[in-house]
Design a protein around this ligand. Structure first.
Ligand code: PMP
Length: 425
């Protein structure tokens, strides 16, 4: 029997990780490496584009624009991503602008998932996927990325976390409606390899399953790794909704401009949900993002491109934080992408002793203790697991390194001091 709709809609609100940890960070943190947003400004050209839009003669930019996306933005998105996806995109039917990638995800679940439908989610995952599936009436089916210990005492990489092909295949059934793919992955920073994506694609085709491909960190890929778009693999365009975010792309998360791309047969349903929920996104922000993409199209692959410069900058910050965490014994898992880094807190267990029989995963208690007692905010990895699996990997915390050098140095100072206190008699 299906759960009452009301109960289903309220599920999870009382213990939402972001409600809890954002409040803790605001109350106690002196250094916040928790929630994922940069503390540095967006690029000058983007802010200038916004100011131009604001001050321009065209006062209509203060009014509603086209509900499914401001025409200049959908046009440039179609042009820009058409090249990357290797196909001609119709701006009016293959692209839709949303209130951040978050609303894009919400539209996907509401449009395609109903009672009895199963959605496969790869763990660890961006936490909102699960309640969004439930709100739509669907059932979540989880498949884990399993870590393999690296050889020769090396630091682990996010690439060491892999799907077991047989286990993944076993999750597909005639009830499977969709799989959510998030590459580069939040929280691990894993960038799925071509082989891994081909495996997912083959299963989607074989079982006639949709793919919601959350690619919000598409430009944040390091060490020469390539972000491969699953929609370009054989048989996938027709069954994939690609999701992107200007917030992540241009370091402006507060603007909340996102988008979806895909075949009209899928996007038509997203348009219905969008029309009957958010309906519209801020016109000025869309105009500025359109101009940002115009610039990036001209500079594509060149040293002056923000999409080249941002990952270069972030890779340096990643390397710095890896070194800083390694030096204090909080073993980092080197991320191949995103601006997140997961670290092993096992060596710090003496600071926060375990409470036997506690329902709360250890990493969650550790992260709360850390922000209250050390002023350093991070997010427990268990927050990115389903209820049943929360204790499987409960000795890791996630840091965000999209931060000014001074912020990262302040975090390092806290950790160094803590390490000394721990080791002194
Ligand atoms: N997907 C992932 C994987 C994310 O990490 C985030 C933001 N943290 C979003 C989607 C939402 O993006 P937006 O801010 O554009 O709504």
């Amino acid at each position: 029997m299906s759960r009452p709709v009301q109960a289903r809609r309220l599920e999870g609100i009382d213990k939402n990780i972001w409600v809890e940890f954002v409040k803790l960070a605001a109350t106690y943190s002196t250094v916040n490496l928790g929630q994922g947003f940069p503390d540095f400004p967006p690029p000058g050209f983007l802010k200038e584009a916004f100011l131009r839009a604001l001050s321009e003669e065209n006062h209509m930019l203060h009014q509603y624009t086209r509900a499914f996306g401001h025409p200049p933005l959908v046009k440039i998105l179609a042009q820009f991503f058409g090249k990357l996806l290797g196909r001609e995109l119709d701006p009016m039917t293959n692209v839709m602008v949303t209130v951040g990638a978050y609303q894009a995800l919400f539209c996907c679940f509401q449009a395609f998932i109903g009672e009895g439908d199963e959605v496969i989610i790869i763990e660890p995952f961006f936490d909102c996927y699960e309640p969004m599936v439930k709100m739509a009436g669907g059932t979540t089916v989880f498949v884990p990325l399993r870590p393999k210990a690296p050889k020769d005492g090396k630091l682990m990489s996010s690439a060491d976390w892999q799907l077991d092909p047989a286990e993944l295949a076993s999750k597909f059934s005639e009830r499977t409606k969709a799989i959510v793919l998030n590459s580069p992955n939040n929280p691990l920073g894993k960038v799925f390899s071509r082989g891994e994506l081909e495996l997912i694609a083959e299963l989607c085709v074989k079982h006639d399953v949709l793919c919601f491909s959350d690619e919000v960190y598409e430009w944040l890929v390091y060490d020469g790794k390539e972000h491969i778009r699953i929609a370009t693999l054989q048989g996938m365009w027709d069954r994939t909704v690609v999701i992107g975010s200007a917030g992540k792309t241009f370091s402006a998360t507060g603007w909340k401009v996102g988008w979806t791309m895909g075949p009209n047969r899928l996007l038509q349903h997203l348009r219905t949900v969008h029309q009957n929920s958010a309906y519209h996104c801020a016109t000025l922000a869309q105009e500025a993002v359109a101009q940002g993409f115009q610039r990036e199209l001209m500079l594509y692959g060149k040293p002056d491109s923000y999409f080249v410069q941002l990952p270069e900058e972030l890779q340096k910050k990643r390397d710095w934080l890896v070194q800083s965490l390694d030096a204090v014994g909080m073993k980092p898992i080197i991320p191949e992408g995103t601006y997140f880094l997961v670290a092993d807190i096992s060596k710090f267990r003496s600071s926060v002793p375990d409470v036997p029989d506690s329902d709360e995963p250890y990493d969650s208690r550790f992260a709360k203790w850390m922000v209250k007692n050390k002023g350093l905010a991070a997010i427990p990895l268990s927050a990115f697991y389903s209820e049943a699996h929360k204790n499987n990997y409960n000795h890791f915390i996630r840091f965000c390194f999209a931060k000014e050098e001074a912020t990262l140095k302040a975090a390092n100072d806290i950790l160094q001091k803590w390490k000394q206190e721990k080791t002194s008699p």
